[in-house]
Design a binder for this molecule. Structure first.
Ligand SMILES: Nc1nc2c(ncn2[C@@H]2O[C@H](COP(=O)(O)OP(=O)(O)OP(=O)(O)O)[C@@H](O)[C@H]2O)c(=O)[nH]1
Ligand SMILES: [Mg+2]
Ligand SMILES: [Zn+2]
Length: 320
C-alpha cells in the first residue's frame, strides 16, 4: 500500500463541511474532513479559520483533513443552534483581538463589555479600536476613550481612521508577524482596515445605513488573510455573533454562504420554489449554491421559526 503522505496547512475559512486552506508555499485549496477522523458533531473539534491542520490526499487526489493541531488561542461562544449549552469555536491561533467601536455611532458599553469578556477568555492580547475617528471631534473622541476605558479596563485604546491613516501604523506594529482578529459591530470598518493593511481590496466593504448608522453585514464568514508586510488578519462578520444571541442571528451566521443569495430575487416575498427571477434557484443551477446546503438551511429555518412561535405562546401553535 502506498504510504500516505501528510502535509500541514492553514485553514483560511470554514463553510460547514468545506474548508478552504493555504499551504506554507502559498497554494490554496479546498478540503473536507476525513471520514472517521473527527468525532461527529463535536463543534469544538472541527477546523475553524486560523487553524493549522494535517492534510492527506485520498486515492482520487482530493484533500482530506485528518487532524487539527492544538490551538494557541481560540474564540469561543456557546452554540447558536439551539440549546445554548454547547460551545462553538469561531476562530483560532490569533495573537491579538482588535475590538472595534465606530465613532460614527453611539458607544454601547454592554456590547464592549461582552466583546472584552470573550476576547479575554481567548488567551490573546486585546486592543480597543475606536474606528472612523475622522468622524469625531476631539471632545467626542475623549468621551469615547472614557467609555472604552470603563468597559474594557486595562486595555490599550487606539483611535483609527483609514481615511486619514491615524492609528494604522500603531495597529500594524501591534500585529507584527502575528495574527489579529477583528471583532465589532457590522459597519464598524473592520474590512476597510484589513484592505488598508493589505494595500488592496481583499475584503468587500459597504457604506452603513444613513438613518441609523447600522452596518449591512457585508462580511459573511470569518476569513484569515495574510498581509504582504508580514502577519495576518482574521476578518469577521459584524458583532451580532458575539452579542446576545437570538436564533435568527444564529441562523444567519451558520448559513452565511446560503444567506448571501437571499434578498436578490425579483419578488421580495419569493418562496424560492419556481417563481420567475428567483436568485436562489439561479444560484443552485449555476453551481454557486450547493442544493444540499439549501435544503438544510430550509429545514433549519423552519425549526427556528417553530421555536419562535412556541416562545411567543400557544395562540399561534393552536391556529396552525
Ligand atoms: N469616515 C470613515 N469611514 C470609514 C472608515 N472605515 C470604514 N469606513 C466606512 O464604513 C463603512 C463600513 O465599513 P466596512 O469596512 O464594510 O465595515 P465592517 O466592519 O467590515 O462591516 P461588516 O463586514 O458588515 O461587519 C464603509 O462605507 C467604509 O467606507 C474610516 O476610517 N472613516
Ligand atoms: Mg466586513
Ligand atoms: Zn427566490
Amino acid at each position: 500500500m502506498a504510504e500516505l503522505r501528510e502535509t500541514s496547512a492553514r485553514i483560511t475559512s470554514a463553510y460547514s463541511g468545506y474548508y478552504l486552506f493555504e499551504t506554507p508555499d502559498g497554494a490554496a485549496g479546498v478540503a473536507r474532513l476525513k471520514k472517521g477522523s473527527f468525532r461527529s458533531r463535536d463543534p469544538e473539534a472541527v477546523p475553524v479559520a486560523g487553524d493549522i491542520v494535517r492534510l492527506q490526499k485520498n486515492p482520487r487526489g482530493e484533500s482530506r483533513i485528518t487532524a487539527v493541531e492544538p490551538r494557541k488561542t481560540r474564540l469561543v461562544r456557546r452554540d447558536p443552534s439551539g440549546s445554548g449549552r454547547r460551545a462553538q469555536v469561531l476562530a483560532a491561533n490569533f495573537d491579538e483581538v482588535f475590538m472595534f467601536a465606530g465613532c460614527d455611532r453611539p458607544f454601547v458599553p454592554g456590547r464592549m463589555e461582552r466583546m472584552a469578556a470573550l476576547a479575554r477568555s481567548s488567551g490573546a492580547r486585546t486592543t480597543v479600536v475606536l474606528s472612523k475617528c475622522d468622524l469625531a471631534d476631539a471632545a467626542e473622541l475623549r468621551e469615547m476613550r472614557e467609555y472604552a476605558a470603563a468597559a474594557a479596563p486595562g486595555t490599550e485604546i487606539v483611535a483609527l481612521s483609514v481615511e486619514s491613516g491615524e492609528g494604522v501604523e500603531t495597529l500594524a506594529a501591534r500585529i507584527g508577524d502575528g495574527t489579529a482578529i477583528l471583532l465589532g459591530e457590522s459597519g464598524a470598518g473592520k474590512s476597510s482596515f484589513l484592505n488598508r493593511l493589505a494595500g488592496r481590496t481583499v475584503a468587500g466593504t459597504r457604506e452603513v445605513r444613513e438613518k441609523d448608522a447600522k452596518g449591512r453585514h457585508t462580511t459573511t464568514a470569518r476569513e484569515y488573510v495574510k498581509l504582504p508586510r508580514g502577519g495576518a488578519v482574521i476578518d469577521t462578520p459584524g458583532l451580532r455573533e458575539v452579542g446576545l444571541w437570538d436564533a435568527a442571528a444564529g441562523l444567519a451566521d451558520a448559513f452565511a454562504d446560503v444567506e448571501a443569495h437571499l434578498g436578490r430575487c425579483r419578488f421580495s416575498d419569493c418562496r424560492h420554489s419556481g417563481e420567475p427571477g428567483c436568485a436562489v434557484r439561479a444560484a443552485i443551477e449555476s453551481g454557486a449554491l450547493d442544493p444540499e446546503r439549501w435544503e438544510s438551511y430550509r429545514r433549519y429555518a423552519a425549526e427556528t421559526a417553530a421555536r419562535g412561535r412556541e416562545r411567543r405562546g400557544g395562540a399561534h401553535k393552536a391556529r396552525r
